[in-house]
Design a protein around this ligand. Structure first.
Ligand SMILES: Cc1ncc(COP(=O)(O)O)c(C=O)c1O
Length: 345
């Protein structure tokens, strides 16, 4: 049997139609601003998210760190959640590429409050680092694809305004939040000075993220992207996959969410496993395996031997992610495998 790969929504493989769109893309030299397909993708996402301009990036990591670098100066501090992708999973890019530190806050489901943010804004004193940026993540990867409530984002925006701080959104999976809540993309994006969104996660493109913001911000980000080695030439071949994904793969995220829900409820009913169903809000589920009495690595290996791949994700936890290459039938098969593994341990 082919394995059912639930490690990440980044494992998707482009289908025939997406590949055709890539192969036939109109291209030019994007360093000269002459790639019509890149320009279309940037303009389309800017419009969908209500920002003035967009900039195509090789990855979500590059997009986040071009944003951090554009907003801050070395020695400054970025306020974010302790589990943030920008802090944990981007190879230390903040300190390495931009000389920034992180001021980390804790909060359930990846959510931090306006009061918490305000409590760590640094006073105007030479003894402290200067607070340079507030960075939020929506949906939140490590918290399990959870949605950051819009009301709280707006309250944090008020704190940002009080202290004249910019706000960045790591919106790698913002379309999952859009589809799960029905709240329009522009409303999610509005409180932020910049946001990054990924085409290579649930949307199924092989490569690419787009950074969005004001024309002035994107002009500055263009210099930083060049400096980071991210200015590409006939990148329209990649952007075409992004345009195809935006047209065809946004609404279908609802299927991934339904599959994740089914998986969460099913796994939660198997002895030894437990899933916090409140946290299972989009396409990522976190499975507590401590009830099995063995380590998460042991469970992961047993699942893989029977054809289901998941990630270990912190002590006692596995992460499973649904995506466009996993069907509802495969979720049922995966559940059978979880049951078999639970019985065999
Ligand atoms: C929330 C979040 N932000 C950023 C990224 C980075 O994206 P990339 O892998 O394209 O660098 C990821 C990757 O999974 C992510 O989950």
């Amino acid at each position: 049997m082919n394995s059912i790969d639930l490690r990440s929504d980044t494992v998707t493989v482009p289908g025939e139609e997406m590949r055709r769109a890539m192969a036939t893309a109109e291209v030019g030299d994007d360093v000269y601003g002459e790639d019509p397909t890149v320009n279309r993708l940037q303009a389309e996402l800017a419009e969908r998210l209500g920002k003035e301009a967009g900039l195509f990036m090789a990855s979500g990591t590059m997009s986040n760190h071009v944003a951090l670098n554009t907003h801050t100066s070395p020695g400054e501090e970025v306020i974010c959640h302790r589990w943030s992708h920008v802090f944990n999973f981007e190879g230390g890019a903040g300190p390495a590429m931009s000389g920034v530190g992180f001021n980390l806050l804790d909060g359930e489901y990846g959510v931090i409050t306006a009061e918490q943010v305000e409590s760590v804004v640094r006073p105007d004193s030479i003894h402290y680092p200067t607070t340079g940026l507030i960075s939020l993540e929506n949906t939140h990867n490590k918290a399990g694809g959870t949605i950051f409530p819009l009301e709280e984002i707006r309250r944090i925006r008020k704190v940002a305004d009080t202290y004249a701080l910019p706000m960045h959104l790591d919106g790698a999976r913002i379309f999952n939040a859009v589809v799960a809540t029905g709240i329009e993309p522009q409303q999610w994006a509005e409180p932020f000075d910049s946001m990054s969104t990924c085409l290579s996660k649930g949307l199924g493109a092989p490569v690419g993220s787009v950074l969005l913001g004001s024309k002035d911000f994107i002009r500055k980000a263009l210099y930083v992207r060049k400096r980071f080695g991210g200015a590409m030439r006939q990148a329209g071949i990649l952007a075409a996959a992004g345009l195809y994904a935006l047209k065809n793969n946004v609404d279908r995220l609802a299927e991934d969410h339904a599959n994740a829900r089914r998986l969460a409820e099913g796994v939660n009913g198997i002895e030894g496993f437990s899933v916090d169903l409140t946290g299972a809000q989009t396409n990522i589920i976190m499975i507590d395996v401590t009830g099995t009495g063995v380590s998460e690595e042991t469970v992961q290996i047993s699942l893989a031997e029977k054809g289901v791949q998941v990630h270990t994700f912190g002590t006692g936890f596995l992460r499973a992610v649904t995506h466009l290459n996993v069907s509802a039938e495969e979720i049922e098969k995966a559940l059978e495998v979880f049951s078999e593994v639970a019985e065999s341990l």
